[in-house]
Design a binder for this molecule. Sequence first.
Ligand code: SF4
Length: 160
Amino acid sequence: MILISACLLGNKVKYNGEANDNALLMRYGRYMTAICPECLGGLPIPRPPAELQDGDGQAVLKGDAYVMNKDGGIITDNFIAGAQKVLEFVKKHRIRVAILKANSPSCGNAMIYDGKFNGNKIEGQGVTAALLAQHGVKVYSEKDIDEDTLQKLIAMYREE
Ligand code: SF4
């Protein structure tokens, strides 16, 4: 089974109540299980956008960074709770690969916004991507995936 960010499959779960439709992934959606860590962490739809402060998802998990929304609300606990619920699901179903939304403070696998709410990005993982990577899950973003790669991943992981 392949885990995927719910917003990439057309689910309207992102902060502004919209989705991040990805046509390729949606065509193969029957082979994937969709999750939204921020929703699992108890955050509503819509919600103010959030960015990681003082570090990336690895730093948040260590307690060295935190999560703040654009209104100044501290929502670190929601992000960590959502990530832990995703990890529980991953362990229960022995999932070894995930395709998560690029640049998200939860789902980003390589880049995140820099915490200043100005659109600039820095290297780093979101909180859920970081926790999954710590536990051996291979985390891709939709930007890493073309049809050939996706078909290979499905062939490798669909029976698991
Ligand atoms: S937390 Fe992940 S799945 Fe949920 S809306 Fe943000 S990017 Fe999409």
